[in-house]
Design a binder for this molecule. Structure first.
Ligand code: NAI
Length: 318
């Protein structure tokens, strides 16, 4: 296996001033990539801002012999997203890779969620990933090469109490990836999403809204995972997906404690109702176990139309 290199490539990483993003920036720069280290440099809630975080990561990269430039714009506005991509073009003349990693967190129980907090989660994660992606795509399409990696979360993909707004924004990010990947593939641009798990400043924030049951379960699983919950244990997955070695597109990958896995949306074989007349609600009640049963197999459609194709091909078989 050839060593993965980013020589000659320009990589934009949002929210790279700390946590996971910093580790991506360090590793990609070590492998020859020229990195735009974007970070608002604010609180975990996404308030305030300072150049310090991005500057520190740029200093770390350059003192290790790599190339990087800092950018302090917010991903949460169209103007900010555009300026982040422009920083790559102005400084290094191109953009090959975009890693949408920036994120804030505002947890609360559904009944207590404030609209401004929900809007902040959507603006940062969902619109933030859209603004940078829309700005980067034409440049990647022109050069017929690009890699875009989105950051989703188990809170959105699987659910987690106390994280409705965050989870909804992250679920939206997955949907963004599902559509952008289909539109971008014809231009040589591959898009995937990472579902990371790392015990950095997000961990304590989650614990604040946990009920006793969740806190007990969380307290049971985190200590045994130990050092494997460090951000560095997710870095190789992100680096692979961002590289020219990556062949995957339109996919979601989970990284947890040194285990890497594909996350997918599957549809059960289901139950075939009458084709002569619509089934009744009672028919559904009678067959709900069969409808839900994944042990008889499932399909993983590659897009919307593919589900129709797969259902029709099953019908032809029977
Ligand atoms: P982090 O808080 O250390 O890093 C996020 C970075 O984004 C911060 O440096 C922050 O200053 C920056 N940021 C926030 N709002 C910004 C904005 N509007 N514009 C530009 N930068 C902004 O957190 P962590 O854990 O490294 O998270 C990285 C990504 O991974 C986030 O998208 C997060 O939602 C996601 N994630 C993290 C998980 C974890 O277990 N740590 C789990 C699932 C997803």
């Amino acid at each position: 296996m050839n060593e993965i290199s980013f020589d000659g490539q320009v990589v934009v990483i949002t929210g790279a001033g700390g946590g996971l993003g910093r580790t991506y920036a360090m590793e990609i720069a070590r492998r020859g990539g020229k990195v735009v280290v974007n970070d608002l440099g604010g609180s975990i809630r996404g308030t305030d801002g300072s150049p310090t975080m991005a500057d520190q990561v740029v200093a770390e990269i350059t003192s290790a012999g790599g190339q990087a430039v800092a950018n302090y714009d917010t991903v949460a506005t169209k103007e900010g997203g555009g300026k982040i991509v422009q920083a790559a073009l102005d400084t290094f003349g191109r953009i090959d890779v975009l890693i949408n990693n920036a994120g804030n967190i505002r947890n609360d129980w559904v009944v207590n969620v404030r609209e401004e907090d929900f809007q902040s989660q959507i603006a940062t994660h969902l619109l933030g990933s859209f603004y940078t992606t829309q700005a980067a795509l034409p440049h990647m399409a022109k050069q017929k090469y690009g890699r875009i990696v989105f950051t989703t979360s188990a809170a959105g993909m699987l659910g987690n109490r106390g994280q409705m707004s965050y989870g909804a924004a992250k679920g939206g990010v997955t949907a963004l990836m599902n559509v952008v990947s289909l539109e971008a593939e014809r231009h040589g641009i591959l898009c995937n999403a990472v579902q990371p798990n790392a015990m950095n400043r997000f961990g304590p924030e989650m614990e604040k809204v946990m009920d006793d049951e969740a806190a007990t379960r969380f307290g049971t699983v985190i200590p045994p995972l130990g050092e494997t919950m460090a951000a560095e244990f997710t870095t190789p997955l992100m680096v692979y997906l961002a590289s020219n070695a990556c062949r995957s597109t339109h996919s979601i990958y989970s990284s947890l404690g040194g285990r890497f896995a594909r996350v997918f949306i599957g549809i059960t074989e289901g139950w075939e109702g009458s084709k002569n007349a619509p089934s009744t609600a009672e028919d559904i009640a009678a067959h709900i176990d069969e409808i839900r049963d994944e042990t008889r197999g499932f399909i993983i459609p590659s897009d919307l139309i593919n589900e129709f194709e797969l259902v029709l091909s099953r019908r032809a078989e029977n």
